[in-house]
Design a protein around this ligand. Sequence first.
Ligand code: IMP
Ligand code: MG
Length: 173
Amino acid sequence: MAVDVYISEEKIQARIKELGEQITKDFNGEEVTVVGVLNGAFMFVADLIRAMDLPVVMEFIKASSYGDGTVSKGKVDITLDIQKDIKGKNVLVVEDIVDTGLTLTGLLEDFKQRDPKNLKLASLLFKPARCQHKVNIDYLGFEIEDKFVIGYGLDYAGKYRELPFIGVYSEDF
Ligand code: IMP
Ligand code: MG
């Protein structure tokens, strides 16, 4: 099966540079606890923190959302939690993609209860066509069409995360 480039490596890196500059400006020299959502955000977050000129404390979290919205709104299971207390901290959650919005809605709800000073969200991608739970994305890379994308951290059945670009399957396979 062939993979077509949907967003090139150059475009991704140029956008990350802009986001990094914006985040640097907004946090004004203050320390930021960056929380990467595993697995998908690992590559984006690694590039994003290098585009930020701020003191960073790097943490990771793993969450899975409950099914399809028939269950209670924003119910997520945190399968791997961050190690630090975020009370009174500037927190930037970094995600690969907001699709239905279920995962992030639940995760941000949980984080709010931990009483951070500031809670912001960066997502590389947003698929408006699929959105069911509105999530406020403070730093968005790209809005995309209703396509299943792979690469640059995003997987299909655990594969293709290593691609340096965002791809889609081509029709001919
Ligand atoms: P949610 O539907 O917003 O809760 O997104 C759940 C998760 O599904 C995302 O964090 C991604 O890991 C994954 N996901 C959603 N859309 C895609 C896609 O197009 N490609 C790969 N993974 C996706
Ligand atoms: Mg994800």
